[in-house]
Design a protein around this ligand. Sequence first.
Ligand code: MG
Length: 159
Amino acid sequence: MKIKAGLGYDIHRLEEGRKLFLGGVEIDFPKGLKGHSDGDCLIHALIDALLGAAGEKDIGQIFPDTDPRYNDIQSTALLKKVVGMINEKDMEILSIDSIIIAEKPKLAPYIHQMKEVLCPILGVGRDDLGIKAKTNEGLGEIGQGLAIASWAQVLVKKK
Ligand code: MG
C-alpha cells in the first residue's frame, strides 16, 4: 500500500449575470464565476488535487475548454469522472482538506450543504472532507471581490 498526496488550486473571475456555484451548491449572490464550465473553483481545485495524487495530467488537459462537451457542464459531473479514474487505478480517497477564499458572500451557511453534495461523490465521510471559507482581508483582486479562489489537498491510498 502506498499513500500519495495531491495539491490543487484554482481561481475564477466573478461576473454579473451568472449563477454562483461552489462545492456543487448554488449560492445566493448577484454574481457568478466566469468559466467554460459552471466555474466552481472549489471542485476544480479538488479535481486537480486528485489528478496530481494519481500522477495524471491537469484538469485543463483532461477537460479542454476547446471541447464543446464541457461547455457549461456542471463541475460535479467532471468530479464524478475523475473519481472514477482514481478508482480505476485502484486508488481510494482517504482525506481531503480545502479552503475557499472569497471576500463575499459569507459561505459558512453553505458548507454543510457542500459536504452533502461532495462526500457521496468522493466516497468519504463528512469528517474526511474539510471545507473552510475565509476572506482575503480586503487585499488584492480577491479582496476587491473580483474573483474567488480555492485550494485543496488530498491524501489517497493506492492498494
Ligand atoms: Mg477552473
